[in-house]
Design a protein around this ligand. Structure first.
Ligand SMILES: *Cc1c(COP(=O)(O)O)cnc(C)c1O
Length: 371
């Protein structure tokens, strides 16, 4: 079998019977929107993430937009996010007329640098949005302390880190709100688009539910401008099955990461991912740093080894945000964009496949040193 960046089919085959049964139960019930399966999944997700409430939505980008809307964020407001993230974190705020302000990252964890966040705070800041990038929690104590000091809510973008922990608590349980994505390749992946908003505040839960359902608590009575953003029952049924397996899937990812670490840790010129002492890394991606990254990428391509570059262009240098970010320089973010390379990482990765990947990486590095 050729090596894949993610192997959704292999994982499906492990749990095929359970998934197929769950899907046919939904088809039999014809309860396609909302209904008992969604409620069950929401309860299970809230329990797993140690949040009071989980609200299923259509995808992780909507989850961010809905979280921003629930806090009343709009024109003239600013949110602080990392520039080293997927576009959605900032895009959802910009869609509402708010301005994303980009902070730099800690080069060791790739997550928000609290000092950089503090320098971005203004009287217009309405939310701080740490992203638990690649499966590892940001340094939440420091970020929550800033939120408390300036009275600014913290929203955790937990799209990449479900199952990760920080000082013993799950990511997604620490902020005023948190968002999840269940895009198929995420650690908890649906078979289509899906997402969720987490909170432990009953008033915010009610607002979030209302926004996801056309801004109304009761059918045909609309209190606010909302969306049609629901997690459909088929995806909820699939996610309910997969959530039961998430701990064992996380163990498989961590075992694969340990195998990479063991062989790459002492290779000159390669920096392996760092697992901070504050919690469990769930390795949504296994991201190494190399000075001449593009040359390594070229060698991998030649050898038929897949890889990913997350992210090649930081958000503050994207054409879409160019106007508002003139003169912004984020040295650690820019350096990371030039040096990161993600190796294949998924639950089906075998030691033999990893040996092939690592052999190719090491051969390239040795060749580059002696060339
Ligand atoms: C995947 C992702 C999202 C968006 O989720 P979708 O379900 O694809 O809309 C948001 N933020 C981060 C950090 C992500 O990785």
């Amino acid at each position: 079998m050729s090596i894949q960046m993610v192997d959704l089919r292999g994982q499906y085959l492990r749990i095929k019977d359970e998934i197929d049964t769950a899907i046919s139960q939904v088809l039999d019930s014809t309860y396609f929107i909302r209904g008992p399966v969604l409620s069950r999944f929401e309860t299970a997700l809230a329990t797993y993430t140690k949040s009071e409430y989980a609200i299923g939505v259509a995808n992780g980008t909507d989850a961010l937009q809905i979280a921003y809307m629930a806090l009343g964020i709009g024109p003239g407001d600013e949110i602080i996010t990392p520039s080293f993230t997927f576009i959605a974190t900032a895009e959802a705020a910009a869609l509402l007329g708010a301005t994303p302000i980009f902070a730099d990252i800690d080069p060791v964890t790739f997550c928000l640098d609290p000092d950089s966040v503090e320098a971005c705070i203004t009287p217009r800041t309405r939310a701080i949005v740490p992203v638990h990038l690649f499966g590892q929690s940001a340094d939440m104590d420091q970020i929550l302390a800033l939120g408390a000091k300036y009275n600014i809510p913290v929203i955790e973008d937990n799209a990449q880190a479900i199952g990760a922990t920080y000082n013993g608590v799950p990511t997604g349980s620490m902020g005023t709100l948190a968002t999840c994505s269940f895009f198929p390749s995420k650690n908890l992946g649906a078979y289509g688009d899906a997402g969720a908003v987490l909170t432990s505040d009953p008033e915010l839960e009610a607002r979030v539910r209302m926004i996801t359902n056309h801004g109304g608590r009761h059918k045909y009575y609309n209190e606010t401008i909302g969306l049609n953003s629901r997690l459909d029952a088929l995806q909820a049924a699939i996610l309910e099955v997969k959530l039961r397996h998430l701990e064992s899937f996380t163990k498989l990812r961590r075992a694969a990461a340990a195998r990479y670490d063991a062989r790459l840790r002492n290779v000159d010129g390669i920096i392996c991912p760092y697992e901070a002492s504050w919690g469990r890394h769930v390795y949504h991606q296994y991201v190494i740093r190399v000075a001449r990254r593009d040359a390594l990428a070229e060698s991998l391509k030649t050898s038929g080894i897949p890889y990913g570059i997350y992210y090649p262009v930081p958000l503050h240098q994207q054409p879409v945000f160019q106007e508002q970010t003139k003169g912004v320089i984020l040295p650690e973010t820019e350096k990371a964009c030039a040096e990161v390379l993600a190796l294949p990482m998924h639950t089906e990765l075998t030691p033999a496949q990893q040996d092939r990947i690592v052999d190719t990486v090491i051969a390239h590095v040795n060749h580059a040193v002696h060339a």
